[in-house]
Design a protein around this ligand. Sequence first.
Ligand SMILES: [Zn+2]
Length: 383
Amino acid sequence: MSYKKIMTIIAVMIAIMFICSCNPVNQKKTGKTDWLKNWEKNNKVWKGMHFSPLEAKEFDPLKKFITEVMVPKGLNALVLEINYSFKFKSHPELAGTGFDKKQARQLVELCHQNNIRLIPLFNCIGHQSDGGENTFALLQKYPQFDETPYAPADNNGIYCREWCPSNPDVYPIVFDLIDEIIDAFHADAINVGMDEIFLLGDPNCPYCKGGNTAKIFANAVNKFHHHIVNEKGIEMHMWGDRLLKASEHGYEGEKEVSKTGTDAAIDMIPKDIVICDWHYWWRPQFTSVQHFVDKGFRVWPTTWRQATGGITFCQAAQKCNSDKALGMLFTGWYISSPDQLTDVINNDLEKYKNAENEFRIPYAEGILETMDKTLAEMDKSLN
Ligand SMILES: [Zn+2]
């Protein structure tokens, strides 16, 4: 082959590679808006706040929290746990009394104006009841999806109800809900929860019976991933506890780590899932961030209301020295309204004296102290 021919072939190959890299179909698959590309460029360290289910009356307190607390503190992401609180149109039988689409749009607009990424969360599989006797909408309306239908109606003896991840009929309904949330919040990412799952693979479940828990868990993760990442073109986030083997990490109990064998799923799921790795209490070592990074995942360490816990977890994440360790996510568990955090900051606590929610104020104080001290620790490393 002549030199000229070889050069022509090389030129054609380079041209093909260039055309492929510019292919708008490839670009579209990532689903990234200009706003998100800009946010990613300007926010190399993710500083997030998480709130659990919000009633419609929390709309104004949340807006106030965004502008008066998140912006001054430099927080750049808001994880809103929606679950069945949303006023779903696709499945009115599952609709709650929380935000509607119009409010969702207003929230995301406010967030985007303030350089804050809004990531909705919808709890999948686990947490289908409130830890007490209240079972949430899906299993109330569709009891056939229950992993343990034989468990007492008041949930006595189980942590939370779960839906069966091996029942194919559950997915079309759940995908409708997820799609509606994605649309309402113009979401470029959604967190599918999947934490603290204990019942999956129940020997009495006709769909799961005899199955391997890791495979059952991974199959479910992969179904969500296919729908959210491949079909909707956005990012998938999930809690990380089911992917950590209890005996390989020092975390205590069975909530932060798995004792049911689901951890082996870590090698069966796509690496572009963002893992929200939650650990709330001080300990000499936090081994999970490095573990997830080594496995190829991006990981968002998540803390709560103990400042020493937040600081040491943050330091452990920084030691990984990896851009896959994304920053820190602060949770607002036990806070019934974002107002409680704003009121603690403004020392406006008189109204809580002898009120039903007075006991929540120490939680708010702990959350704010953890946030401030951990943010200071993060900034230290940037200076
Ligand atoms: Zn099952």
